[in-house]
Write a protein that binds this ligand. Sequence first.
Ligand code: ADP
Length: 392
Amino acid sequence: MEAHAPVLPEASGPFKLLLFIDKRPNSTEQVRRVRKQLKTLIESHPDAEPIGLEIVDVTNQPYLAEHFKLVATPALIKVAADTHQVIAGSDIASQLAHWWPRWQKELADTRATSEDTSAEADAESITVDAVAQSVEILRLSDEIFRLNQDKETLSAQLAFKDRIISMMAHDLRNPLTAASIAIETLELAYEPGEKAKKFTPALIVHLLRNTKVQIRTINSMITEILQTARGSSANLQVSPQRLNLQKLCADVMASFESKLTAKHQHLDVDIPQDLPYVYADCDQVQRVLSNLIDNAIKYTPINGKIGVAALHRTTEKVQISIRDNGPGIPRDNQKSIFEENFRLQRDHSKDGYGLGLALCQRVIRAHYGQIWVDSKQGEGSCFHFTLPVYRG
Ligand code: ADP
């Protein structure tokens, strides 16, 4: 992205004061004090030259602060022809009183050397306007910079979404093809001729059931797509990149070594060497893995077994599974555990807020993947999630 060079006017003659503040609560007080001081100075020197004061919020105009190489706020800057003077610190108002007579003298000297006072009066108003304009120009260039950044992020997100939509459409074809084949086969059973005789009632029931299963699969895939479209939205920013899951898993698992040792739990890892790269946000996937492994350790008793496995499930998807032989999750709660603040009654004595799995679900949906749990109460739980394969 191209940086926008700050534009400041070719000021000549008179001065302009810029008071830089930020959003801290005491900024209003600083502004009030400087304004009051300026008013007192003007009132006590009725013949003095007027010097305009402009308030600049650095958060809104960082380029202007950068132009004057400001390192702290509040700061008062006297902008003159080709120089500027910075006054910083907590006593700007009293420093203003100190400098005021000198600035007035400088102005008077400028006036004395000027031959045409009316031309100079014009110069003054032009200069003051020019600084005001430049502040506006800088505000606008800053806005353009921000808009360009937003545009880039949105374009990347759209490209990602396009790729995932084609991946999902591709996945929908499998059950659709299976259902069509079953229906076409069934058609033969009702056509006159020898072929129809081969269709026993049992075979017909089997084909009908198969069609029903495939249609159910299609339906749940469509539900997933709709949930994905809703869940991946603005409030979770993901920056997907080519990601080596094998390395990430190794790093995450290493960080749990002491917790595992403390509970005498055994960790079994099965990640194939040739697992393809995934297209995902490293920090966010790390949060998901950490949450799931942490839960497995937390809810599995001492001496338990925990497993982390990965598998290249389809050409487009990698599946990661975290298994434990802990207490498991009752069938009726297997969906609700992914809701915010949901915790099983039996686990209320354990540390936690019931947010971990909700966060995992948001992250995975933002990657257009799925997350779910397979579990039998008393035998353990296996959490699975999928991520898109990286296509170079
Ligand atoms: P937290 O662990 O902070 O309560 P989570 O959102 O991570 O929040 O989990 C929600 C609930 O799901 C947990 O309170 C627990 O009842 C259940 N749970 C999560 N992981 C497991 C697991 N591996 N084994 C058994 N129960 C689990």
